[in-house]
Design a binder for this molecule. Structure first.
Ligand code: HEM
Ligand SMILES: [Ca+2]
Ligand SMILES: [Ca+2]
Length: 308
């Protein structure tokens, strides 16, 4: 193993080994989006949950085994969905170039293409990531903030990846699409409604989450952005300034004096939001990857390769 020959991440890493790789992923993401719009939310959430937990190494995609618990089973991953469709993308790629393109790169590029499907910016991203061999479930909570985390902790966790305050504010803009299940919200509604919540938003939240202890099997949720639920735009910032943020972390983003100035700026300018979002997604996507001869190219995204 010669470390000097590892070029690390590169633009179009597969240009010789699998020239059609990025195109195949783009087509698959588009096809899946046509059939199931919410796949795009999942690809966007995946890049956070994989890359922020130590490395963009597709550890998130591994299923539980007899020996180890999957990251997907952890409470922080609550509500994550559509993992089986990542395998469809992987299978399409394997048909073209078997054993060449990592699940880690598929995860990152599917997020990139999902952002475009949702009306967000096109973000050029490097490739060349390799797949990790183990779940990081046991350390996941050290990296992923909880929904009611303090802004100090949130900013610290992102700063450790080189993502600054405007970058964090922009990334949380991902909550301009998708949904939040009632289990993550009822503590703001019962026994008393959180006083900071906008009174115009409360009846809707109570209607969607009528039980203080939601049945974990019932799919009860509130859309993150009632205005433009399917579009990645700066409406999220207007919502949170209007006290319509669903999670405590969303609300704090609009009130903490470190983040509020950027929230206001992004609420005013979609262009500024997109610029900061693109920069922060790039940093997130390059967090501590495995490259060169590290890790492996998984055959199937949900299981590590068998060693002989
Ligand atoms: C402090 C950081 C964050 C916290 C605490 C957080 C927490 C959450 C929670 C609790 C949900 C609701 C899950 C559910 O009930 O189904 C959610 C949804 C979502 N999050 Fe985050 N999040 C954070 C940052 C991010 C980032 C950085 C991204 C992407 C760049 C992201 C993308 C999403 C998306 C797209 C959804 C909707 C998923 C769907 O509808 O399937 N989040 N988040
Ligand atoms: Ca990971
Ligand atoms: Ca929106």
């Amino acid at each position: 193993e010669n470390e000097d020959q590892d070029p690390g991440l590169l633009m179009n890493f597969y240009k010789d080994s699998c020239p059609q790789a990025e195109e195949v992923i783009r087509e698959q993401v588009k096809l899946l989006y046509k059939r199931h719009k919410n796949t795009a939310f999942s690809w966007l959430r995946n890049i956070f949950h994989d890359c922020a937990v130590q490395s963009c190494d597709a550890s998130l995609l591994l299923d539980s085994t007899r020996r180890s618990l999957s990251e997907k089973e952890m409470d922080r991953s609550f509500g994550m969905r559509n993992f089986r469709y990542i395998e469809d993308i992987k299978e399409a790629i394997e048909r073209e170039c078997p054993g060449v393109v990592s699940c880690a790169d598929i995860l990152v590029l599917s997020a990139r293409d999902a952002i475009v499907s949702l009306g967000g910016p096109f973000i050029p991203l490097k490739t060349g990531r390799r797949d990790g061999r183990k779940s990081r479930a046991e350390i996941l909570e050290e990296y992923l903030p909880d929904h009611n985390e303090s802004m100090t902790v949130v900013l610290d966790r992102f700063a450790a990846m080189g993502i600054d305050t405007p970058g964090v504010v922009a990334l949380l803009g991902a909550h301009s699409v998708g949904r939040t299940h009632c289990v993550k919200l009822v503590h703001r509604l019962y026994p008393e409604v959180a006083p900071e919540l906008n009174p115009d938003h409360i009846p809707h939240m109570l209607h969607k989450c009528p039980d203080p202890i939601p049945d974990p099997k019932a799919v009860q949720y509130v859309r993150n952005d009632r205005g433009t639920p399917m579009i990645l735009d700066n409406n999220y910032y207007r919502n949170i300034l209007d006290n319509k943020g669903l999670l405590i972390v969303d609300h704090q983003l609009a009130t903490d004096k470190r983040t509020k100035p950027y929230v206001k700026k992004m609420a005013k300018s979609q262009a500024y939001f997109f610029k900061e979002f693109s920069r922060a997604i790039t940093l997130l996507s390059e967090n501590n990857p495995l490259t060169g001869t590290q890790g492996e190219i998984r055959k199937q995204c949900s299981v590590a390769n068998r060693l002989h």
